[in-house]
Design a protein around this ligand. Sequence first.
Ligand code: DX5
Ligand code: ZN
Length: 219
Amino acid sequence: MVRDIRITPSILNADRANLSSEIARVSDVSDLIHLDIMDDIFVPNFTFDFDEAKSIISNCPIPVDSHLMVAEVDEIAIDYAQAGSASVTFHVEAVADIRRTAREIRRYGARAAMAIKPKTSIDSYIDFFDQIDMVLIMTVEPGFGGQSFIDEMLPKITRTRELIGDRPIWLQVDGGISLETIERAAVAGADTFVAGSAVFKAEDPALMVEALRRKIAIH
Ligand code: DX5
Ligand code: ZN
């Protein structure tokens, strides 16, 4: 089956001092820019505060996919939608009210997405699929770029694809996506791919985005 696919480079490990030029290197060939927000509570790492994030979102030439790895995310997720994110992802492990949070994100015109850590099962969240626009299956423990893709997540990707059925929900994977792993994730059912170090450690990030896309064009 041919599905639409999206490549969403993560700027987590891009050059922080020159973020706008780093983004400019990939924006023509990417579908969205993936912005990782970490609070040093939900994960043991910190990235951007809200003012920094707002400025990245408003200056980005293509839509921004905000991935919130923060505790007590309900109100924060709404703030990121209001700040102009095209998509806001909250973790099911950090949200109190999935229905309300997803509804409020959508009310600001953003896509609502829920993320699942490697040890969390997707099956308990099927009831929320009519409220969301994307599921993110983490293929590493959230917190850091440059980790290895966890192959044991492949059955979870396939299971999520089954649960999605005919719904127009995107299925994103994040963590360890590279030329070596992207095909496995696509065959399992993913259609939206975050790639951080694979893209920004490449000599030519735009060529890498295109190479990743070509690798899965036939699935
Ligand atoms: C990790 C972040 C990822 C990270 C991916 O917790 O959510 O988006 O940037 O980096 P790579 O592609 O290097 O695994
Ligand atoms: Zn991410």
